[in-house]
Write a protein that binds this ligand. Structure first.
Ligand SMILES: [Zn+2]
Length: 519
């Protein structure tokens, strides 16, 4: 009997606690998550399709955010409604079909779970879509049509994204990374969500003011690392500006240099409830940026490929890194330009097997991958790779050498093989893949630390490669993301624009107030 009573009381308590939990849940804000991210070059002949986004749906999307993991306190503060999220490697313009499909799937999912107190809009901001200007601005307008104007939208972006007036007008909170390379990417997304939660929980709602300054500057990412001046001090001023009384967040966008639209330029935004402070902080951040514009230089010494190879061969320290920067796939290059590897293989210094070792990362070549698999490790292979997408600078490269490695299962490359030609180890992939980490090389049996020269399709070196380099030169090679912007055929960006137009007058850097969404 005693046990029965205890069990009965226990059951009652359980029900009460479940009810309490349910009612607490009913009081929690409802927050949707949506957004797709890509950086896409309109100067590349490549196109990006839907599969490239590796879209995640519903609860699977939550796993992308460590700050919303099962045991995280943040998870308990809202009812989360993740819809669709996707992240593609940079590339060519997204096809209209892929864009419409991803947007419509997002909108359909949003319609099913209305209403929302908040929406976390997680985007990059440099997506180009064939035949459509300002896709992120278009996307947020279509989201607004579904969720209405009461929902508070918090947008998180890459500092290489573009902020059109339309995007600024339809979002309520907005921020971007403060570090390049983007070591603070997840921290930025978490801040965007934290700000959203705080505005909802405190009942303060949308910030009253959004100050916006358009800065007529367009620079490549490889000149604007926050590790060195002047990017370092320009970005160091963002956090202090964001903690001023009356300010919610502050951000500076460098913008994306390889798309040709009126929105491609630098922007500063500061949001908050104190009109005078948000305007003052935005103007100051913009002014510092403008005043230091002439100090931006490439983050590494630059030169032609020929100069880079000559210096690397003469260098006393190794590994000597060379960035094949014009075809950097993580900036939007096709990633299959063969110009650089063709030039390297022409260089007699590398023609013998015991010559100076050079690792080349990488070139897509599905046909050659097949041949290498058929030949097997240790055997000879002969075939062509690259230039399937971007053949403007060189035709497919002829590789005749020995297969030294075959690896399966990489998320991006799918299959990777290494072909040794002379003293050059060429990484050939089934699909394009960026090589940013030491393990990307060691898993293929390559030892970049012991190599004489490592050539990577990349701009500035990612942290692990940067730490490994004995010396480094950024080669100004041709491709869809040519670092020499003045060689690119811009037609639609706003003019005058630094550094294209010489002797520019000081532009109007006063902060404009963007209307609060729905007003
Ligand atoms: Zn970026």
């Amino acid at each position: 009997m005693k046990y029965k009573i205890t069990a009965f009381v226990f059951l009652l308590l359980m029900t009460a606690s479940a009810r309490a939990q349910q009612s607490a849940k009913n009081n929690l804000p409802r927050i949707a998550i949506a957004g797709i991210a890509i950086e896409s070059s309109t100067f590349s002949p490549a196109h990006t399709d839907e599969a490239a986004f590796h879209a995640q749906y519903g609860q699977d999307l939550l796993k992308v955010y460590p700050f919303l993991s099962n045991d995280s306190p943040m998870l308990q503060r809202a009812v989360w409604i993740p819809t669709l999220g996707g992240h593609a490697l940079p590339g060519g313009a997204v096809t209209r079909k892929a864009y419409e499909s991803l947007v419509n799937k997002t909108l359909d999912s949003l319609k099913k779970h209305l209403p929302y107190d908040g929406l976390f809009f997680d985007i990059h901001g440099a997506m180009s879509v064939t035949g459509l200007d300002d896709p992120e601005g278009d996307f947020i307008v279509r989201i607004r049509k579904v969720v209405g104007t009461k929902t508070i939208i918090s947008t998180s972006m890459d500092l290489h994204g573009n902020v059109s007036w339309r995007l600024a007008a339809n979002t309520d909170l907005i921020t971007c990374y403060r570090m390049a390379p983007h070591e603070d990417a997840m921290q930025t997304k978490e801040r965007a969500v934290e700000n959203l939660l705080q505005r909802i929980e405190s009942g303060k709602g949308k910030p009253k003011y959004k100050a916006y300054v358009s800065i007529p500057i367009l620079l490549p990412g490889e000149k604007t690392s926050t590790r060195i001046e002047p990017g370092k001090s320009i970005y160091a001023a963002v956090a202090p500006a964001s903690v001023q009384p009356g300010v919610v967040d502050a951000a500076i966008w460098i913008g994306y240099a390889w798309a040709d639209e009126p929105r491609n330029h630098a922007v500063v935004m500061v949001t908050g409830d104190d009109e005078a402070t948000v305007k003052k902080e935005a103007t100051q951040l913009a002014k510092r940026f403008w005043d230091l514009r002439n100090d931006f230089v490439f983050v590494a010494p630059t030169g032609t490929l020929e100069e880079a190879l000559t210096k690397a061969l003469a260098s006393k320290v190794h590994p000597y890194f060379i960035s094949d920067s014009g075809d950097n796939p993580t900036a939007g290059g096709a990633g299959d330009v063969t110009w650089t590897i063709t030039e390297i293989l022409k260089n007699l210094a590398f023609s013998k097997a015991d010559g100076p070792s050079l690792i080349y990362a990488s070139i897509p070549g599905p046909e050659l991958v097949k041949k290498a698999i058929a030949a097997g490790i240790g055997n000879a292979v002969d075939g062509y790779a690259g230039a399937a997408v971007d053949a403007r600078f060189a035709p497919p490269v002829h590789l005749a050498g020995t297969v030294t490695s075959i690896e399966y299962g990489d998320k991006d490359a799918e299959v990777e093989v290494v072909v040794k030609v002379g003293s050059v180890y060429v990484i050939v992939t089934q699909k394009r893949k960026p090589y940013h980490k030491e393990i990307d090389f060691t898993r293929l049996g390559l030892q970049p630390r012991k190599a004489d020269i490592v050539v990577v399709k990349i701009g500035y070196l990612e942290p692990e490669l940067f730490a490994m380099r004995a010396d480094w030169l950024l080669a100004l090679t041709p491709g869809g993301v040519d670092q020499n912007l003045e060689r690119l055929p811009f037609k639609r960006i706003q003019r005058p624009m630094f550094p294209f137009d010489k002797n520019m007058k000081t532009p109007d850097l006063s902060a404009k107030l963007v209307p609060v969404s729905g007003k």
